[in-house]
Ligand binder design. Structure first.
Ligand SMILES: [Zn+2]
Length: 328
């Protein structure tokens, strides 16, 4: 951390870290900055991801920092990224788990009126990812990362569909990069140090593909719309990547593409088993699928192409993988 910060000429940093983060991790990070004489102007634990708290925190934040560091899980990173965006200061993302692609994306997911919303933000200036630290994070976070990564298949399929139906511009390089990043992980979907590197790199390249084309298209399609809708209506919204992963498989059935590949990935990693332990509510998913269409305007996906609800209802009942993911 210190080496990279020094190399970039940073001397004064503001740190936001996850509330409850392992003290030893925090000490390692601050010691590393100290060793290079980088001053930490303020270190703030992040508990709330509400838009109001985040903007208040922005107003209290020292104005003479030359870098803002986000350290920990998704919430701390989202808050730090948004404050860096408002401050116009370079943001360094230091994730301690790989639960989604948010550690390297141009959006922050904050709660507005108690519901999670993606807000425009800036890409990180840098990402420092310690694979050993991520491997020690709770297993469920890794499953969430796997689910979020799988969504790149359907996101790109939706993007191409939008081109044919609406003329939405497709950036082929961003689409290729997004696709390629998934295949590396697919070839070796293991939860070990090497697997963390592959998943981390894949999620990171995906974030970069978003910044290449200036749109969330290579990373987010109809499966994300369903997940965003669930965040709004569900009694108990679940980890982003768990929702997105199941929605990805569901949407792949509508596309008639990549379903087997996704199902095999979820079987190989144990993703299906983890979802089956605590299934989703069928009625909520049907409502979310209906609401998904209205989540983003001017965003054509397979859901806009026809009335998909009867197919979705049928798939939840009859598909052998999906059946185990839902309860009444
Ligand atoms: Zn996502």
């Amino acid at each position: 951390m210190g080496i990279y910060a020094e190399r970039c000429g940073f001397t004064r940093a503001v740190l936001f870290f996850s509330h409850g983060l392992d003290d030893q991790l925090l000490q390692r990070l601050t010691a590393s900055l100290d060793s290079r004489n980088i001053q930490i102007l303020r270190a703030t634990p992040v508990e709330s991801i509400s838009f109001e708290h985040t903007t208040e925190s922005f107003h209290r934040s020292p104005t003479n920092a030359d870098a803002i560091i986000g350290f920990g899980g998704g919430k701390a990173l989202d808050v730090a990224k948004y404050i860096a965006f408002l401050s116009g200061v370079p943001y360094i993302s230091v994730p301690t788990s790989l639960s989604n692609d948010g550690f390297c994306s141009p959006q922050s997911s904050l709660t507005v009126a108690d519901r999670r919303r993606p807000l425009p933000s800036a890409m990180p200036f840098g990402v420092i990812l310690d694979t050993g630290v991520c491997l020690n994070a709770p297993e469920i976070l890794w499953y969430s990362g796997v689910g979020d990564l799988a969504s790149k298949f359907t996101a790109v399929a939706d993007w191409k569909l939008a081109f044919h139906a609406m003329g939405t511009a497709v950036d082929d390089f961003a689409a290729l990069l997004s696709d390629a990043s998934v295949y590396q992980f697919l070839a070796r979907p293991e939860r070990d140090i090497e697997g963390m590197k592959l998943l981390g790199t894949a999620l990171l390249l995906n974030g970069i593909s978003m910044s290449i084309c200036g749109s969330s298209r290579p990373a987010s399609g109809s499966e994300h719309l369903i997940s965003h809708a669930l965040d709004r209506i569900s009694k108990r919204p679940r980890l982003h990547g768990l929702q997105v992963g199941v929605a990805t498989y569901l949407v792949s059935l509508l596309h008639g593409q990549n379903s087997e590949r996704i199902a095999n990935l979820f079987s190989a990693t144990g993703f299906w088993r983890v979802i089956a332990r605590d299934p989703f509510y069928r009625a909520e998913w049907l409502d979310a699928s209906r609401l998904a269409l209205s989540i983003k305007s001017d965003f054509y996906t397979i859901l806009s192409s026809r009335d998909c609800l009867p197919e979705i209802a049928d798939a939840l009942d009859s598909d052998p993988h999906l059946r185990q993911c839902f309860r009444d």
